[in-house]
Design a protein around this ligand. Sequence first.
Ligand code: SAH
Length: 473
Amino acid sequence: MDYLPITVQMQGRHCLIVGGGEVAARKLKHLLKAKSVISLVSLEFSEEILALAEQHQLELIHGAFTPDLIKNSYLVVAATDDRMVNRQVSIAAQKLNVWVNVVDDLELSTFIMPAVIDRSPLLIAVSSSGISPVLARKIREKIEWLLPLSLGSLLDKLKSLRPKIKKSFTDFKDKRGFSEWFIETALKDENQLNQSSKKLFESYEKQSSKAGKVYLIGAGPGAVDLLTVKGLKVIQKADVVLYDALVSQEILDNIRKDATLVYVGKRSSRHFVKQEKTNQLLVDYAQKGLSVVRLKGGDPMVFGRGGEELQYLTKYGINYEVVPGITAASGCASYAGIPLTHRDYAQSIRLVTAHEQDDENKVNWRSLAQDNQTLVFYMGLMQSEKISHLLVKNGLAFNTPVAVIEKGTTSEQRVVIGHLNELSEIIKDNSVAAPALIIVGNVVQLASELNWYHSGELIDTRTHYDQVANQEF
Ligand code: SAH
């Protein structure tokens, strides 16, 4: 950081502007807004400055700059088109330790002025450290568009509410809770700014006395930027977050810093939290009036037991919302360059869990063993031998291409491609570990062509297989 951004209280403080033209007028208007006491020195003054001098209390000194003019100044701005004069101003100011800005001259300036979005009392300043004021102005324009016009009045209202907030809440968390509620309500509905503080506190009490709410959120398949915008917004406001083993640390890092984190994963042998316990925790926290997040890998409604948790919440009358996530099938396939459907190869997709104890009976293998569809097996690593055996037995070609995707979408992603009848071998040979997804179908052959995710590794074992197969048959 080459410059320290600070906001200076200029009200009643003296500023000397050296110059009387267009540039001086621009700086003058800025400083007038900040209610500074201003003197200008110049041999002549533009019409605009003369007009401003009639509207405001300005001291106009007709004449050449002399260093003694700086004496009582808090700031000095040099805005002449004569570099010699500007240099003289800069040297004189620096000698007296007075801050000086020479317009468009970084070398001679000890401070520079940022582009400002003025929603007083809210100020947003954008500085390019003097390198490109044009870029700073462009960024300012973009931010201007994003921000509601009422931000200034919002801040004024917050200021007027401050004594009452202080009196009504002793706990810091409660104070913040009210401010967060008010800001959000007012951003949605500007009319709230005209409400009396009594009314506002009443509405706040009414809504906060309600029970809490559970947000069932899908964290996506792994990569932090595959979390949805809504998911991110909710976790940034959560009071409690119950999360699974599949949720990455980078995503957990985005949770509000003082939220309580509860691990309820089922995979780790160290902590094994039963589903019933998780259900009950959700209810208990929500009944305390908290904003509770249940964060799951992928999409919570796809092999995530999200449905069961919601049924439990319904039973206890708990309010909830579901924020979908990118499921592993979507994320892993995309990052492996495999289109799940393709007009030439697959007209439908089947998402299958291979985890069920007696899945041979539960899953209709005959209907899975069809051409023109893509099969995606979740939790299939341990069942890979059975998967390939039953699919081939039910009529799917033994050389149907398969992909096993390990830690899909993360920087550690590995994609191993082979033929269906070698599924368990390629998993073993390449030491594929969980979480991994198995994709079966002709779409898989596009992976080598459409592989764009170069952070990951792509291992295609099929050439090796074909050589062996040619020898055998
Ligand atoms: N609700 C999750 C699925 C949970 S089941 C979702 O919608 O994605 C857990 C299984 O998902 C894992 O066994 C694995 O098969 C798959 N999975 C989840 N994330 C994965 C990832 N990043 N890479 C590969 N497979 C993944």
